[in-house]
Design a protein. Structure first.
Ligand code: SAH
Length: 348
């Protein structure tokens, strides 16, 4: 089978051409065609020699993702359900903000982290996404936006999956979408969200990328966090905080803590005060997230009044806190639900 050209990072493609006794810059040329001009035929790569084109035809394919479903909300939020070559389904979301267009990218088919409130974990991890499958989510959305001369300006790796459980691919993905002669999405406009795989946070810090790091906290103490997030039994809060401090020291970047407000679970003023204590002295933002209720889960969304009280406690303690704005309310199917729902329909 021919190799999908999108599976190559720039470095891997350079190494490939060097091994072929060709020029290293061939890789940059091809990357420009794929990610800046977004061509889908080798013939359109007009600055390549006939010999190079023949070689590409013989050994590579240009294969995009298949759209299984696309739903557009009244606020412009667009959810894509893509079908992969082996039949698995993944979700991607385009969100429109005043500051630009952000794409929420999936990193795995399913997820092994098993957070109790999350729909994505219900089926477990089936496999990691490849470099192609990750970059093509963004490239597909960008190609649609090309029609109106718009750009994808931001990326959040917050779709299905745990990005640090697919570490190398996610790093390569960041480099590819950041490539200056390609999609050119600034590193500071990319956010990776992790449930807190501590050794990977340390490793990530070493790369000193300008990519933003977000930690899914969701509870201010170990007892509660271990109850709702399985990962906390392996990596308790003090270890997560140590890793975050190391990250801050290495990168000088602020981290974001995500905190879903779950009614009567983690949303009392006592929880808010515990959170203030936990985050004391740490250069961070806190993003309070309204829970998207999942049909198969008992958790409920915190009422707006209680959410405001929680917010106020953090704000008054001097923490940079924001509410996450919601997108695509009317199309529901949040956080893995579109996939789960479609899979159930297919089984029937
Ligand atoms: N595995 C990574 C990234 C994917 S989840 C992580 O845990 O960070 C992205 C974010 O959505 C996480 O903060 C996750 O806890 C949150 N999330 C999961 N299910 C949700 C739901 N039903 N409503 C709101 N947020 C949810």
């Amino acid at each position: 089978m021919k190799n999908n050209i999108y599976n190559f990072s720039l470095k891997a493609l350079e190494e490939y051409f060097i091994a072929q006794n060709d020029k290293k810059f061939r890789a940059t040329q091809i990357f420009e065609w794929l990610y800046r001009h977004r061509v889908t035929l080798f013939e359109k790569m007009t600055n390549l020699s006939k010999k190079a084109l023949e070689h590409l035809h013989e050994h590579f394919a240009i294969e995009r993702l298949n759209v299984e479903k696309k739903i557009v909300s009244s606020d412009g939020t667009t959810k894509y359900l893509f079908r992969l070559h082996d039949g698995h389904l993944i979700e991607t979301v385009l969100m429109r903000h005043s500051y630009g267009n952000s794409v929420c990218v999936t990193s795995q088919v399913g997820c092994n982290m098993g957070c109790s409130f999350c729909a994505s974990g219900e089926l477990g991890r089936i496999r990691n996404l490849t470099h192609a499958e990750m970059v093509l989510q963004v490239l597909h959305v960008q190609s649609e936006l090309d029609a109106t001369n718009e750009r994808v300006t931001n990326i959040v790796v917050m779709g299905i999956g745990e990005p640090f459980d697919n570490f190398q691919t996610v790093l390569d993905f960041c480099r590819t979408v950041n490539f200056a002669k390609g999609l050119e999405i600034g590193a500071r406009h990319i956010t990776i969200s992790t449930c807190g795989i501590v050794p990977k946070i340390f490793e990530f810090a070493e790369f000193k990328l300008q990519v933003n790091l977000a930690i899914s906290l969701h509870a201010p103490n170990d007892e509660l966090r271990s109850k709702i997030m399985k990962i906390n039994r392996s990596y308790p809060l003090h270890e997560v905080m140590e890793a975050v401090k190391a990250y801050l020291a290495k990168t000088n970047r602020r981290v974001t803590f995500e905190y879903i407000l779950l009614k009567d679970i983690n949303d009392t003023t006592s929880h808010a005060h515990q959170l203030v204590n936990l985050l004391r002295g740490i250069n961070c933002y806190v993003n309070l997230i309204p829970y998207n209720e999942v049909l198969t889960k008992e958790y409920k969304r915190t009422l707006p009044e209680s959410a405001q009280v929680f917010f106020n406690v953090l704000h008054q303690a001097g923490i940079n806190v924001t509410f996450r704005t919601e997108h695509g309310d009317d199309i529901r199917a949040a956080c893995g639900q579109l996939r789960a729902q479609t899979m159930k329909e297919k089984k029937r």
